[in-house]
Design a protein around this ligand. Structure first.
Ligand SMILES: *Cc1c(COP(=O)(O)O)cnc(C)c1O
Length: 400
């Protein structure tokens, strides 16, 4: 049993083992699968116990806004997989990013953020952080000089995603963490696309990892959630913010996510395997101008991705010859893949970024970011790769 005090079989266990067994401290009724604790509050054994748990002097559950055993199991398991001291689960991916900012930063601070991050992250930083006197500078992900030039005396955080969405650009985490630390700033990485199964940013120098668990950690498109992962001291501060403000993960969702972690490595390997086959196939198609996938040898980030990731992930993009009209004809002629902006699902999804995920950008901004009118993003799911290729073929036949 795992709670044997003298021997912890997980201490040196591999990723796959941590994925299925970490985070369980004891069983309650001899159950083998993790239970869901659907309770808002907890009973104390006596008044002294209540006082101690309230003050934090004794560990133990108090109230599910900030302590729930099912949520705790998910947090411990994810922390083990990221190689982190601790994790804090949040209501969504956006809540994880907000919680980092609210817990660790203050008015007068400055943030440098990659231009190539999730659109809502850009909105959060530019429309809300600025309201509370936190300044933000956006820089192109791969422009190291740009990051260096953006630093101010009050810079507290570098924030980025790698691979980027939708062009799969690869940022050098070791290099950017050095630059951040040289300036006494934290490097915060949104590890949504790779998950710890493919990339562990903390081992490369990042200070904090944030997740949209909604994507690959669940992996089957069922619920919304997020997490912050990192040093115990930072996580204590993030948890205190959650305790105060309340963007907590529900125990139901935590259970979905912790079961998702059990198959994470297998799923990420399968997504990556199919994505590479599809990327190579797309390169052969006369209607395709360019394919963006770090697994391709001619991708500018290939060598770095090979060092930094254990596989290239499930998301790729490609440029259909022509423009918006041809891209829409393609997507509308497919029949199997889901036309949706979501990703990280067993079901393959495709989307036209210029008119959906990146529609809020001006055409000039889209041009600078390389979001062409003919660009299609694909998040390769777990269907058989030949069926996906047949559907892509259907799409191309639809281009007139
Ligand atoms: C979806 C997503 C988010 C936001 O997560 P939610 O769970 O939808 O709040 C943040 N970052 C990335 C990279 C995402 O894809």
């Amino acid at each position: 049993m795992i709670d044997d005090e003298d021997f912890n079989p997980l201490a040196d266990a591999q990723f796959e083992t941590q994925g299925v067994r970490s985070g369980i401290s004891r069983t309650h009724e001899g159950e083998h699968s993790e239970p869901i604790f659907v309770t808002s509050s907890y009973v104390f054994s006596n008044s002294e116990d209540a006082a101690e748990r309230f003050s934090g002097a004794a560990s133990g559950n108090v109230y599910s806004r900030y302590t729930n055993p099912t949520v705790r199991t998910f947090e411990k398991r994810l922390a083990a997989l990221e190689g982190a001291e601790a994790a804090v689960a949040t209501a969504s991916g956006m809540a994880s990013i907000l919680s980092v900012c609210m817990a660790l930063f203050k008015s007068g601070d400055h943030v440098v953020c990659s231009r190539d991050v999730f659109g809502t992250t850009i909105s959060l930083f530019s429309n809300y952080l600025t309201k509370f006197g936190i300044e933000v500078t956006f820089v192109p992900l791969l422009d190291i000089e740009g990051w260096r030039d953006a630093v101010q005396p009050n810079t507290v955080m570098f924030f980025l995603e790698t691979p980027s969405n939708p062009l799969c650009e690869i940022a050098d985490l070791a290099e950017l963490s050095k630059l951040a630390h040289l300036n006494a700033a934290l490097l915060v990485v949104d590890n949504c696309f790779c998950t710890p199964a493919l990339q562990q940013p903390l081992a490369l120098g990042a200070d904090i990892v944030v997740h949209s668990a909604t994507k690959y950690l669940d992996g089957q498109g069922r619920c919304v959630g997020g997490a912050v992962v990192g040093h115990q001291q930072h996580m204590d501060e993030v948890l205190t913010f959650l305790r105060t403000a309340g963007p907590t993960m529900s125990p139901f969702n935590a259970w979905i996510f912790l079961k998702g972690l059990e198959t994470l490595r297998l799923r990420m390997e399968a997504h990556s395997r199919s994505a590479l086959v599809i990327a190579e196939w797309l390169q052969q198609q006369p209607t395709v101008e360019r394919v963006y996938y770090a697994g391709l040898k001619d991708h500018p980030g290939h060598a770095l991705a090979e060092r930094q990731q254990s596989a290239y992930g499930g998301v790729l993009s490609f440029l259909v010859k022509g423009g918006r009209e041809q891209a829409w004809q393609f997507t509308d002629a497919t029949r199997l893949m889901s036309l949706t902006a979501n990703l990280g699902d067993a079901k393959t999804t495709i989307v036209h970024p210029a008119t959906t995920t990146h529609a809020r950008l001006s055409s000039q901004q889209r041009k600078e970011a390389g979001i062409d009118e003919g660009l299609i993003r694909m998040a390769v799911g777990l269907e058989h790769v030949e069926d996906l290729i047949a559907d892509l073929q259907r799409g191309f036949t639809g281009i007139r």
